[in-house]
Design a protein around this ligand. Sequence first.
Ligand SMILES: C[S@@+](CC[C@H](N)C(=O)[O-])C[C@H]1O[C@@H](n2cnc3c(N)ncnc32)[C@H](O)[C@@H]1O
Length: 296
Amino acid sequence: MQPTEQMISLSPPPGSETTAWRIYHDANREVWVDHFDGHWLVQTREPQFPEFLKDLARGMARSIYWRPRDKAAATAPERVWGEEVSERFLVKENGASFWIDFDAGYSSGIFLDQRLNRKWVGEVVKPGDRVLNIFAYTGGFSVMAARSGAITTTADLSKTYLDWTWDNFSANGLDPDGHFGVKGDAFDWMRTFARQGRTFHGIVLDPPTFSRNKKSTFRTDSNYADLASLAAAIIEPGGWILCCANTHRLGRKQFEKEVRNGIRQQRRNVESLESLPMPPEFTDDEYLKSLRVVVG
Ligand SMILES: C[S@@+](CC[C@H](N)C(=O)[O-])C[C@H]1O[C@@H](n2cnc3c(N)ncnc32)[C@H](O)[C@@H]1O
């Protein structure tokens, strides 16, 4: 059944300085639509495109691109309506700029469900703070920290994403010189920083649900304490760790327990711990859990 207009509720832009947000989500039909500066990226569980979106898009969007969720993760979305997007383009989020690339496969350059956490990082950082963004993807958190005057260290397995990070820095008028980027395994890098006595005033921990290196396998739902422990070893007293878990398999209570356990393993204490919700337009499904932890 096609939804009628009364059933459709589009989320408004979250602010005048933001041009990328989740504009529509139908949990029953499993349709997700992200708005990127007028270009809609539609994801569906079903292999058919939901045609009613074309009527909805008229006058609101410039193009619609679509990717069924069962397609291989690296598949670029196909254009189903409107103008062609042949090049990467910039979107704004709370005044910061980020490059979007529909041809990039896996994801288009920014995880929109992290908007409030990115904003918080921009607000909590003080000029001169050292901030580590581990599992950084395209460096969204690094950009927000650097805009507030932090000296950032960005770590990811992928050189492509590190290069994308520097492009995002340049899009924001930030000089990548004076910031650090490290390619390789996050766990190895955190152990290296601990050995070197290198510490940070803030750390962003937003791991994939599953990651394997030569020596071990990490699963967000069962190994989060190990990750929190590595971070606790390199955080300055009074520093913050933003812990994120993007999985249904780890409940909020268990997640908090894992984080507390990891910090205790380093004989450090939790000074404060705050749980934060997802952006308001992500209403139906709280898969992303975020804890902002100050470590003494
Ligand atoms: C969920 S995304 C992180 C999203 C990012 N925090 C953001 O909000 O933009 C996971 C990222 O971790 C990277 N990654 C996966 N396993 C890794 C590992 N063992 N060490 C370092 N990076 C890893 C992937 O390349 C990917 O960019």
